[in-house]
Write a protein that binds this ligand. Structure first.
Ligand code: V1P
Ligand code: CA
Ligand code: ZN
Length: 415
């Protein structure tokens, strides 16, 4: 049953830490954590928005929490990329303050730091874990802390929902959907989404994952490919070697998980009208069939028009309508970030969607006192104009075929 959106005054938990915007993948790398700080700045500066949120400080997830999904050796390996600040602090504190006695709370970090400072030759492991051996997943200062923050917030999003403190929880620092159990991929090292869903599964029976990033949510799909307790649904650009190359219509899950993976592969250029038509047709049937206890949405903003990597053609309002549509089912909702490489549009989009969670439809110019004001030079509007000239390569008949295929798959789950 589809519930009406009876009230717009949902309790919204919003997770942020100002340190997240300071991490840097490298000058030429398209992934810019600064966009999270830019989104936050808009959220703070847009009228009533910030005051209506329950703001939570993001904490760093501990190693044991990361190991709930990831291979313990992989997590230990990643931990060597702690920030220099932290390494210096721990070393200094342990050597000067305690007459050689290492305090309990720093013991684990001290052990890891000593381990990696003795073992300089990590080349083989870099190749095995796909970290630092390609342009996609570089090592950088504080890489591990960045992963800990991203995961800490997504795990805590689950907690605020499970404890009833919030109806909607938001972590724009999360959504890193390509990370595998023991492998980095596509700018993602730790899969905060899988960790969040695993936490939800401690209480909830069924969790729905919806992914509107323009890339296939392969890491999350793979993690839950064999289970019927998580349905994964990804909309993504597909074909012509577009990364990661998975997510065909006929990838549906295996064993008891058969038909619990749903994929919607798209050609470039799809605009709001056909995308929303497809999105609503698919998600309404998925909600009716699967009846989830909670919905986790990866809100990658690289499905927007004018993205540096993606070639879909959504407006911010169109992207936002996907969120409003999922919200109206009245099921607890977790919103996570993800891709998005034209960073002014990412911050615009996620600030706007934070407003939608509160029932506010923001349409004001970028506030002149915004610290990132200069980043918007040339266009200070919140919404950019629709790109009418972009060709939609998806024919109506192709999209109808996708819908009928997905419906056929879902029929196998009806009882
Ligand atoms: O296409 C590839 C690699 C290169 N091939 C051998 C495979 N990588 C993509 C990765 C895209 C990751 C998207 C992440 C997300 O889904 C979630 C956070 O949004 C890639 C691309 C591209 N145009 O697809 N990497 C890069 N561009 C890149 C460019 C410059 C520097 C570093 C990476
Ligand atoms: Ca996707
Ligand atoms: Zn993406």
């Amino acid at each position: 049953m589809i519930q009406a959106d009876s009230d717009s005054s949902r309790r919204v938990a919003y997770f942020y830490n100002r340190l997240i915007g300071k991490f840097h993948y490298g000058k030429e790398h398209p992934m810019k954590p600064k966009r999270i700080a830019m989104a936050h700045s808009l959220i703070v500066n847009f009228g009533q928005l910030y005051r209506s949120l329950d703001v939570y400080l993001i904490r760093e997830a501990q190693l044991e929490e990361l190991k709930k999904f990831h291979d313990p050796e992989y997590v230990t390996y990643l931990s060597q990329y702690m920030s220099d600040n932290k390494v210096n602090f721990v070393k200094e504190y342990c050597s000067t303050n305690n007459d050689g006695v290492i305090p309990e709370n720093l013991l684990e970090e001290y052990r890891l730091i000593t381990k990696w400072s003795q073992n300089k030759n990590t080349k083989n492991l870099n190749a095995e874990y796909k970290v630092g051996d390609s342009a996609d997943n570089p090592t950088f200062s504080g890489l591990f802390s960045y992963c800990q923050f991203s995961a800490g917030a997504s795990i805590d999003c689950a907690h605020t929902i499970l404890t009833g403190q919030a109806d909607i929880a938001i972590n724009w620092s999360g959504g890193l959907h390509h990370a595998k159990k023991k492998e980095a991929a596509g700018f993602c090292y730790i899969n905060d989404i899988v960790l969040c869903i695993l936490e939800l599964l401690r209480i909830y029976v069924r969790v729905l994952y919806v992914d509107i990033d323009c890339h296939h949510g392969d890491g999350v799909e793979e993690a839950f490919y064999l289970t019927n307790r998580v349905m994964t649904l990804s909309f993504h650009q597909y074909g012509d070697d577009f990364f990661p190359g998975t997510g065909q219509l006929n990838s549906v899950g295996l064993g008891v998980g058969r038909y619990y993976a749903v994929n919607v592969p798209l050609k470039p250029g799809i605009s709001d009208g056909p995308y929303l038509d497809l999105f609503k047709k698919v998600t309404s049937r998925v909600m009716e069939t699967f009846r989830p206890d909670c919905v986790v949405v990866q809100c990658g903003a690289d499905s927007l028009s004018l993205d540096r990597l993606g070639a879909l053609n959504l407006s911010i309002k169109g992207h936002g309508q996907c969120i409003t549509y999922m919200k109206q089912f009245g099921v607890p909702l977790i919103l996570l970030g993800g891709g998005g490489y034209t960073i002014q549009n990412v911050s615009r989009c996620w600030a706007y969607e934070t407003g939608l969670c509160l029932g506010q439809n923001i349409d004001e110019p970028i506030p002149t006192n915004d610290v990132y004001y200069k980043n918007y030079s040339g266009d200070y509007h919140l919404h950019f104009p629709i790109q009418e000239h972009v060709e939609n390569k998806n024919k109506a008949e192709d999209l109808n075929k996708i819908v009928s295929q997905v419906y056929d798959h879902l029929k196998n789950l009806e009882n």
